[in-house]
Structure formats: C-alpha cells, structure tokens
Design a protein around this ligand. Structure first.
Ligand code: T3D
Length: 259
C-alpha cells in the first residue's frame, strides 16, 4: 500500500496519508511521499491548490511510536525534525499556492501541527486535536509552539501543550485554530469544493496573500504596509488582475489563469 496517495484533478493535488491501521502515523515512507508531493506542487504549473487528508478513521496520529529503537543507548529526536518535519513545514509555508486540510478524524502530536501548518483547515465534527507530546514526555514540534500561541493565544496554547487534553473540532473552530467544523458526511464535499474554488482562482494572488498573512506575524505595521505596496505593485502587473476587473465591468464570472 502506498503510504501517501496523490492524485491531480481540476488543478487540485489531493494528498492522502494512507496508513489507516496506524491512524496515518508518520514514518520515513510517509515523509518521503509528502516530500515528493511537495516537489510536484512546487514544480507543476497545472497544480493550483493542495488538498490534504487522511485515509480511514484518523487524520494523523503523529510520529509512529512503534518504529523507534527504544533500546538504543542514545536517541537523537532532533535528527528526525531536521531531516523531515522542519523542511516539510517550511516548504508548506513557502509554497505560493493554497493548501487546504480536511481533518477527517483525530489529529495528534505532529499530526495536529501538520494540519495547523496548512493554510485553510476544515475538520469533521467528530475530529479532534491533541498535543499528545507531553503524554510521552516530549515537547510540541512540527511548528506547534509557533502556530498554537498565534492562533489560540498563549494561555490556551500552554494548557493544550501541558495537559495534552483533546480539543474537539467545534472548540478548535471556536478558538480560531481552524476555519470551519462541518458535519462528518459533508467534509469531503466541502473540502473539495473549497479546493476547486481556490484552484480556479488567481493563483499568484493567492500565493502573495499567503506571503502577506504569514509575514505579518513578525513584521511591524510600517514594514507590513511596505510589503503590501510591493506585493500589490507586483500582482497589478499580472493577467489575472486585468481579467478580474474586465469581468467585473462586463458583469461576468472571471476566468483566472493563475498568471
Ligand atoms: O520520535 C520522534 O521523531 C519525535 C517526534 C515526535 C512527533 C510526535 O508526533 S510525538 C506524538 C506521537 N503521537 C502520539 O503520542 C499519539 C499516540 N496515539 C494516541 O494517543 C491514540 O492512538 C489517539 C489518541 C491518537 C487515538 O486513540 P484511539 O483510541 O482512537 O486509537 P488507538 O486504538 O489508540 O489507535 C489505533 C491503532 O493505531 C492502534 O494500533 P492497534 O492496537 O490497533 O494495532 C495504535 O497502536 C495505532 N497508533 C495510534 N497512534 C500511533 C499508533 N501506532 C504508532 N504510532 C502512533 N503514533
């Protein structure tokens, strides 16, 4: 069985974690599959949006705990972060295309933070998010200590990380961790609809929106205003802007080409 399923339809690259018997826990094969999908997304102009999900009843249970050699004299967990998790999160954030995540079930440990690294997160009502690290004596990784305080505030981030308590999809929406929680039966349809809408949108504009939003986490207002000016200057030279304005004036739907 392929550990990561990948298919391209209507400009959407669907990336499905596919180890359902282990709740799609990360192992080297999953990481390799994700790295290959990222390379494809970065280099193929036909791909205008990514849609990430999990096979079976879980989204992702984080690192596969059964594959660690716990008898080894010393264990370097930093190595796995350096080789796999950190480059993955950096590539996701730098990708100038939107990444939609459909959290279909439990998202634990690095699995929860992998979801939060995506640009727009939908979750099934029965899904949940667990900062499981503390339960095994670790600290949040895969960007969790960056995303959580920014999305939910320091207090909630701290309590989630220190208790490892399960957060329901409804509370995750209420807390601003995710975009929307939808009925389980609607998740696939809703996520696909959103991904297709984005894939037929002005791709370069979406990429720059992503850059602007994420830059604001570390910019002051003046720097951010300068960035907006530069991005607007750049995107105003694109074909999609002309098409957008023409469509508005002609009272028709725009046909964006992603240029
Ligand atoms: O090591 C490093 O590289 C450092 C990096 C760490 C990053 C991390 O992600 S650390 C956190 C790792 N993840 C966890 O600690 C979560 C472990 N899993 C759970 O706590 C629970 O499975 C869940 C709360 C996620 C779901 O519970 P439940 O009751 O719905 O399912 P289950 O019965 O526990 O799991 C179903 C099967 O998946 C089960 O296998 P079995 O008994 O049916 O053969 C279980 O062992 C397996 N499974 C679930 N999570 C993992 C896993 N197998 C390996 N690794 C897992 N993380």
């Amino acid at each position: 069985m392929e550990p990561v399923l990948v298919s391209l339809e209507a400009g959407v690259l669907c990336v499905t974690l596919n180890r359902p018997e282990k709740l799609n826990a990360f192992n080297p094969a999953v990481h390799q599959g994700l790295a290959a999908a990222m390379t494809r997304a970065e280099t193929d102009g036909a791909i205008r949006c990514l849609l990430v999900s999990g096979a079976g009843r879980g989204f992702c249970a984080g690192q596969d705990l059964s594959e660690r050699d716990m008898k080894a004299a010393s264990i370097d967990l930093g190595a796995g972060l350096e080789t796999w998790y950190n480059p993955l999160v950096k590539r996701m954030r730098a990708l100038p295309k939107p990444i939609v995540c459909a959290v279909n079930g439990v998202a634990a440990g690095a699995g929860a933070n992998f979801a939060l690294a995506c640009d727009i997160v939908l979750a099934a009502r029965s899904a949940s998010f667990i900062q499981a690290f503390v339960k095994i004596g670790l600290v949040p990784d895969c960007g969790g200590s960056y995303f959580l305080p920014r999305l939910a505030g320091t207090q909630r981030a701290m309590a989630l990380a220190m208790t490892g308590e399960r957060l329901s999809a409804e509370d995750a929406e209420r807390w601003g961790l995710i975009w929307k929680c939808v009925d389980d039966a609607q998740l696939g349809k809703e996520a696909e609809k959103l991904a297709r809408q984005l894939a037929s949108g002005p791709t370069r504009s979406l990429g720059l929106i992503k850059q602007a939003m994420y830059s604001s986490a570390h910019n002051d207002l003046s720097t951010q205003l300068d960035l907006e000016r530069d991005l607007q200057r750049e995107i105003g030279k694109g074909e999609d802007y002309r098409e957008g304005v023409a469509a508005f004036l002609e009272k028709r739907k725009p046909e964006f080409k992603g240029r």
